[in-house]
Design a protein around this ligand. Structure first.
Ligand code: ADP
Length: 167
C-alpha cells in the first residue's frame, strides 16, 4: 500500500521554509498532498486559489507532490484521501505547545493517523509567512525568503493595497 502524507497549512504566502519541508516529505513518502486550509475565520492575504497557484508554481519538479485545499476537520480530509500521515514543520520550541495539542486531539479523533514533525534547514528556523508580510509591507527585500512566484504575487498584492489606500 502506498504511503500518503498530507502537509496542511495556510501558506499565506508559501515560504522557502514550507518548500524545504515539502521537499523533505517528498523523499520520505510515495505521495504528498499539500493541503491549503480554507478557513473563513482567518483573514488571509491571498485567496485559496491564489495560494494553490503559488504552491503549484513553487514546487514544479516534485513529481509525487500534488496541491489541494480542504475545509472542515483535517482528520476527515486525511480519511477521504486514505492518508495516515500528517506532516507539520517544527521550527522553534514555541511551535511545540500548539503543535502537540493539535497532534494529540487529531490522534484521538483518528487513531490510525500519525503526525510526523520535520525540522527545516537552519536557514528557515525563524521564517514565517506573517513576519515576511510585515517586513515586505515596510519595504524590505524579501527575495531570499520566498520562492520567486510567491515573491512576485506578494509584491503585486502590496502594490494593489497601496494604490487602494492612496485613492
Ligand atoms: P498554519 O496556519 O497551519 O500554521 P502555516 O502556513 O503558517 O499554516 O504553516 C504550515 C506548516 O508549516 C506548520 O506546520 C508550520 O509549523 C510549518 N512552517 C511554517 N513556516 C515554516 C518554516 N520556516 N520552516 C518549517 N516549517 C514551517
Amino acid at each position: 500500500m502506498s504511503k500518503i502524507a498530507v502537509y496542511p497549512g495556510s501558506f499565506d504566502p508559501v515560504t522557502n521554509g514550507h518548500v524545504d519541508i515539502i521537499r523533505r516529505t517528498s523523499r520520505l513518502f510515495d505521495r504528498v498532498i499539500v493541503a491549503v486550509s480554507n478557513n473563513a475565520a482567518k483573514n488571509h492575504t491571498f485567496s485559496v486559489n491564489e495560494r494553490i497557484q503559488m504552491l503549484v508554481h513553487s514546487t514544479p519538479r516534485l513529481g509525487n507532490v500534488s496541491i489541494d485545499s480542504f475545509s472542515g476537520l483535517l482528520v476527515d480530509y486525511l480519511h477521504s484521501k486514505k492518508a495516515q500521515v500528517l506532516i507539520r514543520g517544527l521550527r522553534v520550541v514555541s511551535d511545540m505547545d500548539y503543535e502537540f495539542q493539535m497532534a494529540s486531539i487529531n490522534r484521538q479523533l483518528y487513531p490510525k493517523m500519525e503526525t510526523v514533525f520535520l525540522m527545516p534547514d537552519e536557514r528557515y528556523t525563524y521564517l514565517s509567512s506573517s513576519i515576511i508580510k510585515e517586513v515586505a509591507r515596510l519595504g524590505a527585500q524579501i527575495k531570499s525568503f520566498l520562492p520567486p512566484p510567491a515573491c512576485r504575487m506578494l509584491y503585486s498584492r502590496l502594490k494593489q493595497r497601496n494604490r487602494k489606500e492612496e485613492s
